[in-house]
Design a binder for this molecule. Structure first.
Ligand SMILES: Cc1cc2nc3c(=O)[nH]c(=O)nc-3n(C[C@H](O)[C@H](O)[C@H](O)COP(=O)(O)OP(=O)(O)OC[C@H]3O[C@@H](n4cnc5c(N)ncnc54)[C@H](O)[C@@H]3O)c2cc1C
Length: 450
């Protein structure tokens, strides 16, 4: 319906995608973002630099978003090679993709040095069973807020480690390969992730006909996401309210009242803030179960340590430490020459309160051991900050979510596919924007259950 008024709350990747999708369909869109810049966690919300982001060639909607805002060329993709850093060894796994079901990965498991001989056949069987049992991605019609679906059943929920057990993944494979891979693909610690979405992600990556990876670099967010999005939104006539936080959203007859600096009425509202920050909905009775769930899944931290080094060749592809706490290493050219080397641990429980000095020492040790470089203690910047990508805790909440008619919810947390990533955020945003602008039905009550 042309001229429908839509409020989008939150200007992260999901909110940007939602606002553009709705505006492109003729809706009058107002986007509220409480921070001065757009981009949310991808750009470092609250002034925090959330580090470089891994982007895979199987991301579809995120690239669609980059194309829409004119910055797709800013991401360079390279063959996806995964290095598991285990003990004194480095195990390298390439993701061949292509026709058929990852034949090269299977032959690697059989013939490579990844596993002891006795574990190879069970590994192959486990891999086949895993891909066969990975629930397919929900299509758009069954995602939250489609106006028809009242209940969405999430299959395969539970920690990844349980899934490996259930699917008989050999211990050696999990120890050397599974856990860090889980951390990389799901952007979450392997023991605190829902298996269903993770298996979706794994299947998507393994089936990718063009398996490559790239980075959206921390130093380039402004040019890759924030600024291009700002220009594209203004061109699309979106009323952009940066620096304007929404305090609450309230159902009124035929629409929604959104209260920021002023209270305004809209036909539809799209909530694109992460669950932990859904305090904007605190006064909406239907949102309370979601708020409770969000309170239980937050309270995690991210750690980064980084240094600018000159005597190291840039490397491509993720490097994951196989031993807990499953750190991730990134090495990429620095604009001033040399390489920016970074170690990231996401999803640590808050109470760990790691000591930054200890992190610097761990960084020095890892840099020497795996990358062969000496880094001075004083040149390493270590950060520890809260609010990681929300994850579903083991045996954790299965949120019952109820929304009123005309309220859509778009976040990396609710879309399937590659969960809690730039891809799922873009996917959820496009979907919510399209549905909010197009749908004639007003029945958007839905719930999520096991
Ligand atoms: C350290 C880290 C590393 C990551 N690494 C990767 C990676 O390698 N690859 C990958 O694909 N993904 C990665 N992710 C995940 C990715 O960043 C997120 O999935 C994605 O950015 C989420 O986008 P979003 O729009 O759903 O939410 P957000 O980015 O959280 O956007 C929500 C926006 O809403 C705003 N907001 C909140 N409350 C209000 C309010 N009351 N009023 C108005 N505005 C409000 C916030 O300021 C924010 O801008 C990483 C995340 C983190 C934190």
């Amino acid at each position: 319906m042309a001229g429908r008024t839509i409020a989008v709350i939150g200007g992260g990747v999901a909110g940007i995608a939602a606002a553009l999708a709705a505006a492109d369909r003729g809706a009058q869109v107002t986007l509220y973002e409480s921070l001065p810049q757009l981009g949310g966690r991808a750009a470092g919300a609250d002034g925090i630099d959330t580090g470089r982001h891994l982007v895979l060639s199987c991301y579809r909607d995120f690239f669609r978003l980059l194309r829409r805002i004119g910055s797709d060329r800013a991401v360079e993709l390279h063959p996806l090679v995964y290095h598991a850093l285990a003990g004194d060894a480095t195990r390298t796994v390439e993701f061949p993709g292509g026709e058929g079901r990852h034949p090269k990965l299977a032959s690697r498991l059989l013939a490579g040095s990844l596993l002891p001989v006795a574990q190879r056949i069970p590994a192959l069987a486990a891999l086949a069973q895993t891909t066969a049992s990975a629930p397919g991605e929900a299509d758009d019609g069954t995602l939250a807020g489609d106006g028809r679906t009242r209940r969405i059943r999430i299959t395969g929920g539970g920690p990844v480690t349980d899934a490996w057990r259930r699917l008989h993944w050999p211990h050696a494979l999990v120890a050397r390969f599974g856990s860090p891979l889980a951390a990389g693909i799901g952007n979450a610690p392997p023991h605190a992730w829902a298996a269903g979405p993770f298996l979706n992600a794994l299947a998507r990556v393994l089936d990718d006909p063009d398996p490559r990876a790239g980075w959206v670099s921390g130093e380039r967010y402004g040019t890759v996401i924030s600024e291009p999005a700002r220009r594209a939104l203004i061109e699309a006539d979106v009323d952009l309210r940066r620096g304007e936080g929404v305090r609450w959203v309230e159902r009124v007859p035929g629409g929604w009242r959104v209260a920021g600096d002023r209270a305004e009425r809209f036909d539809r509202a799209i909530c694109a803030v992460q669950p932990a920050r859904l305090d904007v909905l605190a006064q909406v009775a239907e949102a309370r179960p979601l708020l409770r769930a969000a309170a239980r899944v937050s309270g995690r931290t991210i750690l980064t340590a980084r240094a600018h080094v000159y005597n190291l060749a840039p490397r491509h592809g993720p490097h994951g430490e196989a031993d807990p706490p499953h750190a991730f290493w990134f090495a990429e050219p620095h604009p001033d020459g040399g390489v920016l080397l970074e170690r990231v641990i996401s999803g640590l429980p808050d109470e760990n309160e790691p000591d930054p000095d200890e992190q610097r020492r761990a960084f020095q040790h890892g840099a020497r051991r795996w990358f062969g470089v000496e880094v001075n203690h004083g040149e390493i910047s270590a950060r520890h900050y809260p609010s990681a990508t929300p994850t579903l805790a083991p045996g954790g909440p299965r949120p019952a979510i109820r929304h009123g008619p005309g309220l859509f919810y778009a976040s990396d947390w609710c879309a399937t596919g590659l969960p809690a990533t730039l891809e799922s955020a873009a996917r959820a945003g496009f979907l919510a924007g399209r549905l909010a602008a197009d749908q004639s039905t007003t029945n958007t009550v839905y719930s999520v259950s096991r």
